[in-house]
Design a protein around this ligand. Structure first.
Ligand SMILES: Cc1cc2nc3c(=O)[nH]c(=O)nc-3n(C[C@H](O)[C@H](O)[C@H](O)COP(=O)(O)OP(=O)(O)OC[C@H]3O[C@@H](n4cnc5c(N)ncnc54)[C@H](O)[C@@H]3O)c2cc1C
Length: 403
């Protein structure tokens, strides 16, 4: 049976859909397999979470044609205020201190999902197989046979390259016997939209508490997305509290920097894990996004990092096509990992150290944290490095990022 596709992507979440849009102009035949109907409210990738995008992500989304479709619903972040509950130090990052006019952007995941899927449907060479689930795959001499179940029947499709963009508990990763390094943060993020008494002035707030970060991300003048992290064992209690009592808890932790919280939307919860795949590629197979690395959301880096991986992989695929090479050749995948390794490691260390440094009341760490925040605020070079890291512009970046 001949190959129907050059690339099969499992998962049309933010990362799988971005990769399909990024490589579609090459003319490759692409199939994208997604378990949930895209308009379904249960689609896990596209809920009401506010996703913070870095300037590097903006450049990539511009390059793949998605930015113009979300631009109207995106809110800029001009300032970031980081503080720690009960401590004197805080740090303030301001776009005015950088060459950029914005430090980042916030978009609601659902809007991003709609834009990505509109863009997918604009390409005749992308086939969306949905709802359908990957069940198995077999590596033959030169192809991958991918078994999927759709509407109660099992079908087999053939591809050159299989991309696992199927999330934290990736079946592609498990079927490939790829081991992981994992850490359960024993925390749950509770996310809800809130309306505050005072306007947020395009400021993102992050406040570290002993049970995790509390963040408010601006989505409109007086509206922000609240990310309230709690110890896992208390999550159910916080989720079932009446709104008024839940708001009282949030105000106790966050203070009244934006006045009172006047309204709160539906609360959703996310258990927090760190998962790192110990291999990200094998012959004819590569992992992307949460399947490759799931991060703590404390620094809002998960999707931003994955999008730079998407740009890196797309760059390697385009280069291979230009040289007349097979895109599923293992040397292309190795080149991709060589390109992306340092950025991935830097971001994983950064988010994990942030997690260990702040949720730990070990007496020596407290003054060190205060000092780190003060240093950040008074040493311009250190602050510039920190801002570059947070904006996704540190180190060598793929061409889509460099423009
Ligand atoms: C509370 C919270 C806040 C966050 N905030 C930010 C932020 O501000 N900025 C940021 O950069 N990142 C943020 N992140 C991280 C971001 O959400 C992830 O990086 C991103 O969702 C990863 O997308 P993905 O496509 O890899 O995985 P997923 O979103 O999990 O998508 C995987 C897709 O694969 C499909 N799938 C799974 N198995 C199969 C199968 N067998 N067959 C077919 N389809 C399958 C699923 O249905 C799903 O659609 C946050 C995360 C959390 C939890």
């Amino acid at each position: 049976m001949p190959r129907e596709y050059d690339v099969v992507i499992v998962g049309a979440g933010m990362v799988g859909a971005s990769l399909a849009c990024a490589i579609a102009p090459s003319g490759l035949r692409i199939a994208i397999i997604e378990a949930y109907p895209l308009k379904n409210d249960q689609q896990p990738s596209y809920d009401d979470r506010g996703i913070t995008l870095t300037p590097s992500s903006r450049r990539i989304l511009e390059a793949i044609g998605v930015w113009p479709q979300i631009q109207a619903s995106v809110n800029s972040i001009k300032k970031i205020h980081v503080s720690e509950q009960g401590r004197f130090a805080f740090t303030h990052l301001d776009a005015a201190e950088t060459e950029a006019s914005e430090l980042g952007y916030v978009v609601v995941a659902r809007s991003l999902g709609q834009a990505l899927h509109r863009q997918l449907s604009a390409y005749a060479n992308i086939t969306l197989v949905c709802p359908a689930e990957l069940k198995q795959f077999d590596r033959n001499e030169s192809d991958m046979s991918v078994e999927i179940s759709r509407a109660g029947t099992v079908e087999t499709i053939k591809t050159g390259l299989l991309v696992g963009a199927d999330g934290t508990h990736s079946l592609v990763r498990r079927l490939s016997a790829i081991n992981t390094r994992q850490r359960d943060f024993k925390q749950t993020a509770i996310v809800a939209n809130v309306t505050t008494q005072r306007p947020n002035q395009a400021t993102a707030y992050e406040r570290f508490t002993t049970h995790g970060p509390v963040a408010l991300l601006p989505i409109d003048k007086n509206r922000s997305v609240l990310v309230f992290t709690v110890n896992k064992e208390n999550a159910e209690r916080y989720l079932t509290l009446p709104d008024k009592q839940f708001i009282e808890h949030v105000e106790m932790e966050f203070g009244r920097r934006l006045g009172r919280i006047e309204q709160i939307g539906q609360r959703r919860s996310y258990p927090l894990l760190f998962v790192e795949a110990l291999e990200q590629y094998q012959e004819q197979l590569v992992l992307l996004g949460n399947a490759a690395h799931t991060l703590h959301p404390n620094a809002a880096q998960g999707f931003n990092l994955a999008l730079r991986d998407v740009a890196g992989l797309a760059e390697c695929i385009f280069a291979a096509i230009q040289k007349g090479l097979d895109i599923d050749d293992v040397s292309i995948l190795k080149k991709y990992i060589d390109l992306r390794h340092d950025d991935q490691q830097r971001v994983m260390h950064f988010t994990n150290r942030l997690a260990s440094g702040f949720y730990n009341d070990f007496p020596l760490l407290v003054p060190a944290r205060n000092m780190a925040m003060l240093m950040l605020d008074v040493l311009p070079d250190l602050k510039t490095t920190f801002i570059e890291q947070a904006m996704g512009l540190a180190g060598l970046q793929p061409r889509f990022v460099r423009g």
